[in-house]
Write a protein that binds this ligand. Sequence first.
Ligand SMILES: NC(=O)c1ccc[n+]([C@@H]2O[C@H](COP(=O)([O-])OP(=O)(O)OC[C@H]3O[C@@H](n4cnc5c(N)ncnc54)[C@H](OP(=O)(O)O)[C@@H]3O)[C@@H](O)[C@H]2O)c1
Length: 217
Amino acid sequence: MQIAIVGGTGKEGSGLALRWANAGHEIIIGSRDAEKAARVAEELNLALGNGAARVRGATNLDAAQAGEVVVLTVPYSAHADTLRSVQPALSGKVLIDVTVPVNPADITRVSVPAGGSATVEAQRLLGPDVKVVAAFQNISFTHLKKLDTAIDCDVLVCGDDAQAKQIALQLVQDAGMRGFDAGPADNAIVVEGLTSVLLAINKRHKIKGAGIRITGV
Ligand SMILES: NC(=O)c1ccc[n+]([C@@H]2O[C@H](COP(=O)([O-])OP(=O)(O)OC[C@H]3O[C@@H](n4cnc5c(N)ncnc54)[C@H](OP(=O)(O)O)[C@@H]3O)[C@@H](O)[C@H]2O)c1
């Protein structure tokens, strides 16, 4: 699959890029700066080894245009503006939103945005023609970057379109994790908030990658 990662030059986006490219997907890293994207893509290809060339760079809009599925990994402060900038390329596509609306002043305290969650805000902004799915909010980039290590965390997937969630669940599996359909887009408020809970646990235990496991399934 051709996967575009808008904001893919950052920590979480490049971690996902690495995992998906390693699973055989073609990745287009998006950035506000095409040269920066090309640089990061090259670094990721080197990290993949064996002369891999499955990652390339582009502007955010060009990446979104090329992607069959589009993934968004930008800070919440850039969420709405970035969505508006790529909106013309999203028609009829699945957008996997990884954004967590953390408050930079205290990332360990749950911060609920005006629209309830970044996911619901994205769906409202983009309209029904784009299928927005929330996923990967609770997985630290530190795990994604260690390609030789299995990831001991699960991923919750929320959204209102069953088919779009199936695509996201497949991509969770391809990234080396177990995914769970965690209900409608409205549930993303909890999944996004859970990230601040995990960050509080990280702080308390002086660790970097607390995650979640679903039991009883
Ligand atoms: N880091 C994690 O472990 C983790 C885990 C789960 C969820 N998340 C969530 O995933 C999202 C990305 O996290 P991250 O740690 O990858 O963030 P990041 O590295 O700080 O930023 C990601 C990318 O966003 C773009 N960006 C930054 N400021 C921007 C602005 N003002 N306008 C437009 N684009 C801007 C940059 O790309 P260009 O400069 O190339 O345009 C940057 O490389 C956040 O919402 C975060 O809460 C992160």
